[in-house]
Design a protein around this ligand. Structure first.
Ligand code: ZN
Length: 188
């Protein structure tokens, strides 16, 4: 297994709709293993294939629920059905999310409270998960990645402006930028 560099916003693969997986081969299996390892090292609660530069409809997730249950898995060619996204302003305390492709930043965003995720796993067995709360949020965030959408693309105007500024200040928003999970620890 290999920890792979995570693409930073501006890399075209993050802003392009990903392609359906058609080949369930060793290469796909390797990709998923690398995605798990990269997500764990980052660390993150989810990672989509475009974030490591692979333009395929695959994401992994790892979430410890409030009730103590652990949710970890992969979904390939997902379909996501969500409840209505609530209207009104997002709350900083309870609705702020982050993204490994906009590292170190957080902004609030309204998301649907419930989501039903379907698709297949590596063995092409069906996946069917009904999620709510933060788990449903993770699915919405990762699914958006496969559509070429980052959460910062969906922020309310005030936060969108702030995010844009930060991305500019950091020198992001252009092709070819990435970071390698684990690497920063060597500097400390
Ligand atoms: Zn993300």
């Amino acid at each position: 297994m290999t920890i792979r560099p995570i693409c930073i916003t501006g890399n075209p693969v993050l802003h392009t709709k990903a392609l359906e997986v058609t080949e369930f081969n060793e290469e796909l299996s390797q990709l998923v293993q690398d995605m798990y390892e990269t997500m764990d090292e980052a660390p993150g609660v989810g990672l989509a294939a475009p974030q490591i530069g692979v333009n395929l409809r695959v994401f992994v997730y790892d979430w410890d629920a409030e009730d103590g249950s652990a949710q970890r898995g992969v979904v390939i060619n997902p379909v996501l059905t969500i409840s209505e996204v609530p209207v009104g302003e997002a709350d900083w305390e309870s609705e702020s999310e982050g993204c490994l492709s906009v590292p170190g930043e957080r902004f609030p965003l309204r998301r649907a409270e419930t989501a039903v995720l379907t698709g297949v796993d590596l063995d092409q067995n069906p996946v069917h998960i009904e999620a709510s709360g933060w788990f449903a949020r993770i699915f919405q965030h990762e699914f958006d990645h496969l559509e070429g959408i980052l959460y910062v693309d969906k922020l309310e105007d005030e936060y969108a402006a702030e995010a844009k500024e930060i991305i500019k200040d950091r020198g992001w928003g252009k092709d070819g930028l990435s970071w390698l999970p684990g690497e920063e620890k060597l500097e400390g």
